[in-house]
Write a protein that binds this ligand. Structure first.
Ligand code: NAD
Length: 500
């Protein structure tokens, strides 16, 4: 397995006047109001950025662009490599992909960094616990790769795709973040006990990379336990690295720990791209009414300032936001009585610039070193490999016994034998005594009779040709053995695989 440890500190681009260039995407719903608030605050802190405002989201879809991200926005991002972005709506009924996902994939922002830190006077069941943690969510792979198929009229599948390269990038970034922020521990939350090859890959990568950071305590825990621990004792966590869907859920949970979505900033980071945005969405019921809480985008702007090497201004802005809460200034999501609108709240924060609340300790943050991994597609290479079998997925309303006996008959001669049939992951042939409520979607597992045989495509087609005369098949999966290790998991109830 290959890996390498190289990092770089992101550089930024400047305009003719020497100002750092930033693409500004106001976005939809409350986006224009909260990004305007963040921009005012940055300007009031004395940082003169070259903002390049560009569209993305609902209006772009409605104008007939099915990507939701116009070419001029992409061009600006390609040039500036850094953006502050409002939330984008994916209009239902237009049939388009999410413009957010398009941006993440286009610029390979593989890590989504979501910090939360407790606010004085924002009352939650966790007040006083000192919550101060970061969720680092893998941002482009996993179930969110969007590879879904309707395999029978009643059975759908979503492919959970995870790569060693994707895991290694996000895990290395989590450790580098811990180093940059002076944090002492990194947890990795997975479901490796159930999904041994996908979630297990993240766990194994975490354990490998952790060895290179001996001063940081590295601990794996199952994601269900992570959810439990986050509610029971959130103060024990500093950095949590996790897969895309788990991170999506856990980071909404962690924003709830400190007061809700109005408080949770975020950054989408890639090798040479950084898009800063709040965790929250467009909040349509608040849009255009000067009611939204701009805190999450303001704190996203703090992350942007650090990225642009504006550490003094970042610390001032962060302190001012916390000072506003310490002095009891709130928007309507925190307190109904005396609540301020978006603009008035922003005015108060600006008036408090550089006035840290009592006891406020700014975090000393060093520039984040972004991991640089090989861009080779074959990131992991092996010495030996063979195809040791075949999973054939069938659609039929026949019984497991009928299908099983027929398939045994088709493989009486030849290199393959039927090992078992499973229905939604549980072995149903040969029977193991369980009686699952079967659906018309069968996974039929064939393995080679000999330990050393490398199944050829011609042998695959011979078997499939026999099967298709009797059954409708919808999917084939080769069972691969890499460097002697089997590349598949066993069904519930399935025995060892001799000859793997
Ligand atoms: P949402 O985050 O917009 O709203 C959830 C709840 O939180 C609502 O009650 C809302 O009023 C409240 N809320 C959110 N931000 C707030 C703020 N700044 N101040 C005060 N209250 C706030 O989530 P949703 O309703 O599920 O989604 C609405 C739209 O946003 C959808 O179209 C969704 O696709 C989109 N969305 C976009 C992003 C993004 O662009 N990154 C993220 C999430 C959702």
């Amino acid at each position: 397995m290959s890996s390498q440890r190289e990092t770089h500190v992101v550089t930024f681009r400047v305009d003719a006047r020497g100002r750092k260039r930033v693409t500004l995407i106001p976005g939809d719903g409350i986006g224009p109001e909260v990004t305007r608030a963040a921009r005012r605050l940055v300007e009031a802190a004395g940082v003169d950025l070259a903002w390049e405002e560009h569209a993305a989201g609902a209006q772009v879809f409605k104008a007939g662009d099915p990507t939701g991200v116009p070419a001029e926005t992409i061009r600006s991002l390609e040039e500036t490599r850094v953006a502050l972005k409002g939330p984008l709506e994916t209009p239902v009924g237009y049939g388009e992909k999410s413009a957010n996902v398009t941006l993440r994939k286009l610029f390979e922002t593989y890590a989504n960094v979501r910090p939360v830190r407790e606010f004085t006077n924002v009352r939650t069941p966790f007040s006083g616990r000192g919550v101060d943690l970061v969720v680092v969510r893998e941002n482009v792979e996993d179930l969110y790769a969007g590879i879904e198929h309707q395999q029978t009229p009643g059975v759908a599948q979503c492919l959970k795709l995870m790569s060693r390269k994707g895991c290694e990038k996000v895990v290395r970034l989590a450790f580098e973040l811990a180093v940059a922020e002076g944090r002492r521990s990194v947890h990795c939350a997975t479901k490796a006990n159930i999904m041994k090859l996908t979630e297990g890959l993240l766990k194994r990568t975490f354990e490998d990379v952790a060895k290179e950071y001996p001063t940081i305590r590295a601990q794996h825990l199952l994601v269900d336990n992570a959810a439990h621990q986050l509610v029971r004792a959130p103060e024990q966590f500093e950095v949590i690295v996790t897969s895309n869907m788990n991170g999506d859920i856990l980071s909404d949970l962690t924003s709830g720990l400190i007061g809700g979505l109005g408080f949770a900033p975020g950054a989408n980071l890639g090798a040479d791209m950084a898009i800063f945005e709040a965790v929250h969405g467009t909040a349509p019921s608040l849009a255009g009414r000067d009611l939204a809480n701009p805190t999450a985008v303001m704190l996203s702007a703090v992350m942007l300032l650090r990225h642009l090497d504006e550490h003094t201004a970042a610390a001032q802005v962060e302190a001012a936001v916390h000072a506003a809460y310490a002095r009891g200034h709130f928007t309507g999501d925190v307190a109904s009585a005396g609540a301020l609108g978006t603009t008035a709240f922003t005015d108060r924060v600006i008036s408090l610039l550089a006035q840290a609340p009592d006891g406020w300790k700014p975090r000393q943050v060093a520039p984040l070193k972004i991991p640089q991994l090989s861009t080779r597609a074959d990131f992991v290479r092996v010495e030996s490999r063979r195809v040791g079998g075949l999973d054939v997925f069938l659609e039929t309303s026949a019984t497991a016994q009928t299908v099983g006996r027929a398939l045994e008959e088709f493989t009486r001669d030849g290199p393959l034998r039927l090992k078992m049939i499973s229905n939604r992951g549980t072995q149903v042939f040969p029977t193991t005594g369980t009686a699952p409520d079967c659906v018309d979607h069968w996974r039929c597992r064939f393995v080679t009779r000999s330990d050393s045989h490398d199944l050829t495509d011609a042998e695959v087609w011979t078997l499939v040709d026999r099967i298709q005369r009797h059954f409708r098949w919808m999917h084939l999966e080769k069972l691969q053995v890499f460097d002697g290790a089997i590349g598949w998991t066993r069904a519930q109830g399935e025995g060892e695989v001799p000859g793997a």
